[in-house]
Design a protein around this ligand. Structure first.
Ligand code: CU
Length: 324
């Protein structure tokens, strides 16, 4: 869809990963705007994001998490899992608290104490599941359908923290076997899953919160039988291509009343932390079954498509900062 534009934006995305968001901003926008953004974003590190968005007119990115086995002193142990495909086994890991002892208290979030996201590095495989806790170890029955390099994310709210803290830890797991990694993730706004067609409207952007709306149809008819799943009409996980930085995207509007249904649309709001391509995975529930639809967006969906030197990753002006 946006392929010619996307190639240059992908270059920008890589710059963002290694050079930081501000270097990209310097390429894409006038200096005065960069200064405005720096002034806006400097103090937001420890601020509550909702408050921050109100204070700054939406100039806030959701924080990127899940890039490390450690966050705020919480540490994920090695993940045990079958070493190859076709073997039934168990996936298991532990989490230690900042004092080094096993973390035993968790605060429920979206109806679960811990959310486990498992994604292959190329985005081609995705699972969102909920392991059991035995007081020390989180585990669930596990087998791998495809070989490859996987990232395992544990998303939870520690129950021992003084104030509510969203923690996402991740770890890499290798699954032996021959595989051909997906070479590219082209922009994808429609997904067919289990007889449903899901379309995604809206664009991702940096520096501002935008709305993404998914619409579910079946046999060409709008689906109005969406059921609450984990306390929401849908759950959207966004992973940044390149480092699989993790964004949990929150649905707009009130939480659903149990027993009611909705549809065909669900709206989410988020801001991209950097330019780049994002892999999005939507979980939704119909007739008691959870389905996952996968999409790919990039931030240049909202950027001016003018092929000027300011939009070129290796342009002559303003790119010295990261052009090493
Ligand atoms: Cu979950």
């Amino acid at each position: 869809m946006n392929t010619p534009v996307r190639l240059s934006a992908f270059g920008l995305g890589l710059a963002a990963l290694f050079g930081g968001a501000y270097a990209v901003a310097a390429v894409a926008v006038p200096d005065s705007a960069v200064e405005d953004r720096l002034a806006d974003t400097e103090p937001e590190h420890d601020m509550d994001m909702e408050t921050d968005m109100e204070d700054h007119g939406g100039h806030a990115a959701d924080p990127v998490r899940g890039l490390s086995i450690e966050q705020d002193g919480y540490l994920m142990s090695e993940v045990a899992a079958p070493a190859q495909t076709g073997t039934d086994g168990v996936l298991a890991f532990g989490i230690t608290a900042p004092d080094g002892t096993p973390l035993t208290e968790y605060t429920e979030s979206h109806e679960k104490q811990l959310h486990l996201i498992v994604v292959r590095a190329d985005g081609a495989e995705f699972r969102h599941v909920h392991p059991e806790f035995d007081g020390e170890t989180w585990s669930l029955p596990w087998s791998w359908a495809q070989p490859g390099t996987y990232r395992v994310f544990a998303d939870f709210v520690p129950g021992d923290a003084a104030e509510e803290l969203d923690v996402t830890l991740s770890q890499t797991v290798e699954v032996a076997g021959d595989y051909a990694p997906r070479a590219d993730n082209p922009i994808t706004r429609t997904a067919s899953v289990d007889g449903f067609e899901v379309t995604l409207a809206g664009d991702l952007a940096t520096g501002t919160t935008t709305e993404l709306t998914v619409e579910v149809t079946r046999d060409g008819e709008p689906v109005t039988a969406l059921e609450p799943y984990l306390g929401a009409w849908g759950h959207l996980v966004a992973l940044r291509e390149g480092d699989l930085g993790y964004l949990h995207v929150h649905p707009e509007g009130d939480d659903p009343v149990p027993g009611t249904t909705s549809g065909p649309a669900i709206t989410f709001a988020t801001a991209a932390p950097t330019e780049g391509t994002y892999l999005l995975y939507l979980d939704f529930q119909v007739d008691g079954q959870v389905h996952t639809a996968a999409f790919v967006l990039d931030t240049d969906g909202t950027a001016p498509a003018a092929p000027t030197e300011s939009a070129t990753p290796h342009g002559h002006d303003g790119t010295d900062a990261h052009d090493d």
